[in-house]
Design a protein around this ligand. Structure first.
Ligand SMILES: CC(C)(COP(=O)(O)OP(=O)(O)OC[C@H]1O[C@@H](n2cnc3c(N)ncnc32)[C@H](O)[C@@H]1OP(=O)(O)O)[C@@H](O)C(=O)NCCC(=O)NCCS
Length: 188
């Protein structure tokens, strides 16, 4: 099953990107402040953004992927203000949480809120055993989010010649170490 609709949070709708989001996807991925710690080059054009949305394989190949985040207060048909969600990483054979928001919306807890719901979705709906995250060592904002999610810094690594970190959270960490209802009453 392809989970093109993600979990709703208090303030956000999470859903797959659609071609009509190309302008918003370009705005997000061409902003130097957003791309600074991602290890990716800025997106060159709206056309490239549209192509990336159309060609995005994750929902068909794995059933889940990064979701567009739409701010409810702007209306459900408003352009996404960022993305958040789970991605299967072939190169390490594990599922990673990632997030990216337009700077105008930073500092409102939206990355933490959407990542928390995404990880919960991973454990409850996808029955994952753990979720990881990769972050450059100088991305203090993202590291703060990982701390707020109660993830654990598991390893210091190098990524593309830069100091980076691998963070992780297991299913039992997330739901508490004592066995509880197969994870149906979470309190992360
Ligand atoms: C990282 C990012 C997603 C955080 O989004 P956000 O919605 O502002 O995150 P939240 O509001 O949930 O939490 C951010 C926390 O980091 C803190 N923070 C932000 N920038 C910081 C910095 N430079 N140094 C230290 N703390 C910082 C905030 O104060 C907040 O903590 P608080 O709630 O204790 O005050 C956002 O900055 C972003 O899109 N960055 C560009 C893309 C990116 O780097 N993605 C992650 C790749 S691993």
């Amino acid at each position: 099953m392809a989970h093109r609709r993600g979990p709703d949070t208090e303030r956000l709708i999470l859903r797959a990107f659609e071609p009509r989001d190309a302008d918003a996807f370009f705005r997000l991925n061409s902003d130097a402040r957003v791309m600074r710690y991602t290890g990716e080059p800025p997106m060159p054009s709206v056309e490239a953004a549209r192509d990336a949305i159309v060609a995005y394989p994750d929902f068909d190949t794995h059933g889940f992927g990064r979701w567009a985040c739409v701010l409810k207060e702007l209306g459900e048909d408003s352009p996404p203000i960022g993305f958040c969600g789970l991605k299967f990483l072939d190169e390490v054979d594990e599922v990673d949480i990632g997030y990216r928001f337009l700077p105008a919306y930073w500092g409102r807890g939206l990355a933490t809120e959407s990542a928390r719901a995404s990880i919960e979705f991973g454990f409850v709906t996808l029955s994952l055993e753990h979720v990881c995250a990769f972050v450059l060592a100088d991305n203090d904002g993202s590291i703060r989010v990982l701390n707020k999610l109660r993830m654990t810094r598991a390893a210091d690594i190098m990524y593309d010649g830069q100091a980076a970190q691998r963070w992780t959270v297991t299913r039992s960490d997330w739901f508490g170490s004592s066995p509880r209802n197969g994870g149906e009453t979470p309190s992360p």
